[in-house]
Write a protein that binds this ligand. Structure first.
Ligand SMILES: [Zn+2]
Ligand SMILES: [Zn+2]
Length: 306
């Protein structure tokens, strides 16, 4: 008993102790101020036949054309009827393909419904591997155990590094550059439209690097640099969440990650604890643009400490 108390004291003194309370999905979403049931879908048309659908969860990109409907990310089951309705109003019908940018619930929980209705589900092979099991997502002081998906919700088509769809007159490349936000991220590049969906590798806010499940800060930088090499200044870049952005925003975000990464590495080399790193405010001049840095720093520290 005494040893246990001493151990707890030691941990508390070392800092780095965040009590994680497990939440249900509803509690988690309520904590983020998202009421999925009341969330409506709004549409931004990028060009005829290519639209971004905003709802609850990750941004959805949808291609609607002669060959059918291809959708990127599936949000939540409650959103599927609303996404369907929006697709119908835009001239589409059944959703033929859905690509999951990664396995997190806010991008893939719509899968069971889609799978049941005959949509071909597609993802990077590591994303599928994660969907087969249940995994804990740890935020600053809350956690969520994402349950395993039923087999009907699992991707039926997977790939390792790159795969191409030739669909609705465009060439659509699925790109994977190693562990980044998760171990199974896909960027989806519509070559002719010059539009790329980045999933959660890129956001308008600081990234959540899922280091507990293999996510990697250096990998996130590498992933973004690899994408920047493939696209151009006119490319419209869709982040996992938030408004449609552009090449310049992805470039600035990547530079920010590189700067912060170098600062964190120096601090780690000097033996600073996580609490000391947070106190040193290594992101200070970026916080106004990218928001609360705490979760980012926690996961970045974990990633660089490996
Ligand atoms: Zn997300
Ligand atoms: Zn995610």
């Amino acid at each position: 008993m005494k040893n246990a108390i001493q151990f707890c004291l030691m941990l508390a003194m070392a800092g780095n102790v965040f009590a994680h309370e497990y939440k249900t999905l509803a509690e988690l979403m309520a904590g983020w101020g998202t009421d999925i049931a009341s969330r409506e879908v709004t549409v931004q048309t990028l060009q005829p036949g290519l639209h971004v659908l905003f709802g609850a969860g990750g941004n959805v990109l949808v291609s609607i054309g002669d060959q059918g409907v291809l959708m990127v990310d599936s949000q939540f089951p409650e959103m599927i009827p609303k996404l369907r309705q929006a697709i119908k109003e835009l001239g589409g019908d059944d959703i033929d393909f859905t690509i999951n940018t990664h396995w997190h619930f806010d991008h893939a929980d719509g899968n069971p419904m889609l799978g049941r209705e005959g949509t071909w589900l597609v993802a990077q092979e590591n994303a599928r591997r994660m969907m087969v099991g249940s995994h804990d997502l740890h935020y600053v002081d809350t956690s969520y155990r994402q349950p395993a998906y039923p087999s009907i919700a699992l991707p039926v088509i997977t790939y390792a590094d790159r795969m191409t769809f030739h669909f609705n007159g465009d060439r659509i490349d699925l790109l994977h550059f190693g562990a980044a936000h998760t171990t199974g991220d896909s960027a989806v590049l519509f070559r002719d439209a010059n539009v790329i969906h980045m999933g959660d590798v890129f956001n308008a806010r600081y990234p959540f690097i899922d280091a507990d499940n293999g996510g990697d800060l250096d990998g996130t930088i590498r992933f973004c640099r690899s994408v920047l090499d493939l696209i151009n200044r006119e490319t419209r870049v869709i982040p996992g969440h938030g408004p449609v952005l552009d090449y310049g925003a992805l470039e600035a975000y990547t530079s920010m990650l590189e700067t912060v990464r170098d600062r964190l590495q120096l601090m780690l080399d000097r033996g600073l604890t996580l609490d000391q790193v947070i106190a040193a405010q290594p992101t200070a001049e970026y916080d106004e643009q990218f928001g609360d840095p705490q979760l980012f720093i926690i996961k970045a520290y974990m990633s660089l400490s490996r």
